[in-house]
Design a binder for this molecule. Structure first.
Ligand code: DLL
Length: 430
């Protein structure tokens, strides 16, 4: 493809004009309809009519997860509830999720943006798509479902199932594309090997994976074991769900959907923008959201802008794969968990501040979480039966509240290693 620099500059100018107009209308909408933002503007002396260039965005303070949580459930909605046609949630630190609403128009745009991600990942209307995300409050399954239907592909809404059942469907329904977390794709790939099934006997060609961090090495492993082309896609419920950014088949970074969001990368300590191309925290402003617009939302995700044009011909900028988080959120099997959530459960069951450590390991491509719990004589009994009961109670609570199966191991008193005065709460060995 011949690269026409002049045309690209013109396109960028047009894009920036569109972004500015959309930003101005978002700012007016939130100032009019969301008391949280009106107070933020008034307190900081920001006039909603004073946004004449995209640089003016820097006048607005950041919105944090804490702000969203404090406005649970509907405090940040910019439309009356009767205009909301869908609700999803993201997990939160205190068991209090962030509730996100969508108007009809929000759903239309979400569908369109996910369709773009699918199409840049190689999907066409001829594909048979197996969606192996949980259908529910999580945005992953519904987001991809509607995007795939819009493309005209055939959608199989399997949800999370026993991997053998996924494989049976892959075989019998001649699935050509798998949508899931990368860890779940790897579980399916390893199960395929255990079952001694030749991946070439499947019709599978593409995999679009996201919702959790993964590496180039894991991509190669999945591609090799399933004989597919695997692309990475990124999103978050607070902004929309999947559809925020996604790789094209060049697999050299994720194109960001610049006509619907503004992206900034800041130093999480100084909160100043990093130099172009340096790693920092991704901050996103929505430009077209009606029900749940957010301004300068600090995602907690670390990445960098990839400089230069992409050989696929798309002119939207790219970010690198997410390299980590600024906070202590653990992502396991696509689920987002904070140590404080585990701590609350342990505290409630044990009736006192627990000493614990969370260990995350990967075995045969599957992530496991173990909670190491220090014993204290007054609570823990020597009686084996009582210990087992306690461990089961903890496991059950965690499974039902956080949706994850964990191993519990009891440890001797004061045996969990400290760094200075602090126990390192999370040891991620992946
Ligand atoms: O994970 C939305 C999604 C669904 C994205 C399906 C892609 C595919 P949440 O549950 O709110 O939403 O979690 C958002 O997950 O802030 C990142 O920390 C992490 N994350 C999402 N995609 C990626 C990715 C969905 N491709 C949080 N790589 C985000 C690394 C990711 N981390």
């Amino acid at each position: 493809m011949i690269w026409d620099k002049e045309k690209e500059c013109m396109e960028r100018e047009e894009l920036q004009q569109l972004q500015l107009e959309r930003l101005q209308s978002t700012i007016h909408r939130v100032y009019r309809n969301v008391p949280f933002y009106r107070r933020m503007f008034d307190r900081n002396g920001i006039d909603p009519d004073s946004f004449t260039s995209l640089e003016d965005l820097s006048k607005i303070p950041f919105t944090t997860k804490k702000d969203l949580r404090e406005n649970y459930p509907y405090g940040l909605f910019a439309v009356p509830l009767r205009e909301v046609v869908r609700i999803h949630t993201s997990s939160g630190t205190t068991g209090m999720p962030i509730v996100v609403g969508y108007t009809k128009n929000d759903l239309k745009i979400w569908t369109e943006l996910v369709a773009r991600i699918l199409s840049s990942g190689g999907i066409t209307k001829d594909d048979v798509i197996q969606i192996a995300f949980n259908y529910g409050l999580f945005t992953g399954a519904f987001g991809f479902h509607y995007g795939a239907e819009k493309i005209g592909a055939s959608v199989i809404p399997v949800s999370i199932e026993n991997p053998r059942k996924q494989i049976k469907i892959l075989q019998d329904y001649k699935t050509t594309a798998l949508i899931s977390t990368p860890s779940y794709a790897l579980l399916i790939a390893n199960t395929l090997i255990d079952m001694d099934i030749n991946p070439n006997s499947l019709s599978l060609r593409f995999g679009l994976f996201g919702a959790e961090p993964w590496s180039e090495r894991i991509r190669q492993e999945i591609e090799e074991k399933l004989k597919i082309t695997a692309t990475d896609n990124y999103g978050l419920s607070e902004i929309m769900g999947p559809g925020v950014a996604g790789e094209c088949l060049e697999k050299k970074g994720l194109h960001i959907q610049e006509d619907h969001f503004l992206f900034e990368i800041i130093d999480p300590q100084s909160l100043e923008p990093v130099r172009e191309g340096e790693t920092g925290e991704l901050v996103i402003t929505t430009l077209t959201k009606e029900a749940f617009p957010v301004l300068r939302f600090r995602t907690g995700d670390l990445t960098r802008f990839i400089l230069g044009e992409c050989s696929c011909g798309r002119t939207f900028k790219r970010i690198d794969r997410i390299m980590g988080r600024t906070d202590d959120m653990i992502i396991i099997k696509g689920m987002k968990i904070f140590p404080s959530q585990i701590e609350t459960i342990l505290h409630e069951i044990e009736g006192r501040q627990p000493n614990y450590q969370i260990i995350i390991e990967r075995q045969a491509g599957v992530d496991h979480m173990t909670i190491l719990l220090e014993m204290s004589e007054d609570i823990f009994s020597d009686v084996m039966r009582e210990q087992t009961q306690l461990m089961n109670a903890i496991k059950d609570r965690i499974a039902s509240e956080l949706g994850i199966t964990v191993n519990i191991k009891l440890a001797e008193k004061r045996s969990i290693e400290k760094i200075g005065e602090k126990i390192k709460r999370v040891i991620d060995k992946r």
